[in-house]
Design a binder for this molecule. Structure first.
Ligand code: PRT
Length: 106
């Protein structure tokens, strides 16, 4: 299951060579950074609304949309999801308060 991030990252990388007419992701790349950021804002809002409405199935669906568009942003910025997983892994060994203190020192 967790391999899905790697497989999706590979597809998102391949879409950089695709024609906008042939792919949703290629079309987003062609529209540029602001269009990707707008989609992330929309999906974040839809996620909040699904949670507030108490709709678990809709919440999962909207979080998937949010994660997907975040992966598109990472790819557009030439970043791999492994970088985010490594950051989460680094934080996993810390308590929330230790992580907060580390941020204060940055
Ligand atoms: N996981 C996804 C995925 N999740 C969501 N979406 C698209 O993200 C959009 C979500 O936006 P909305 O909910 O606002 O729906 P919408 O109104 O249709 O959005 P707009 O097209 O108007 O922006 C929809 O168009 C969905 O089809 C996705 N499109 C693609 N993928 C994956 O990305 C791969 C590459 O996609 P293509 O580039 O399209 O082949 C696919 O094989 C999938 O694995």
């Amino acid at each position: 299951m967790s391999d899905v991030l790697n497989r999706l990252a590979d597809v998102l990388e391949q879409r950089k060579q695709a024609e906008p007419d042939s792919s949703y992701v290629a079309r987003l790349y062609a529209k540029g950074l602001d269009a990707i950021l707008k989609k992330i804002g929309e999906e974040a809002t839809e996620t909040v609304m699904a949670a507030k409405d108490g709709q678990p199935d809709k919440l999962v669906y909207e979080v998937a949309d949010l994660w997907f568009h975040s992966l598109v942003l990472l790819a557009q910025q030439d970043l791999h999801p492994d970088a985010v997983l490594a950051e989460l892994d680094r934080r996993f060994g810390l308590s929330g308060l230790e992580e907060k203190a580390a941020r204060g020192r940055q």
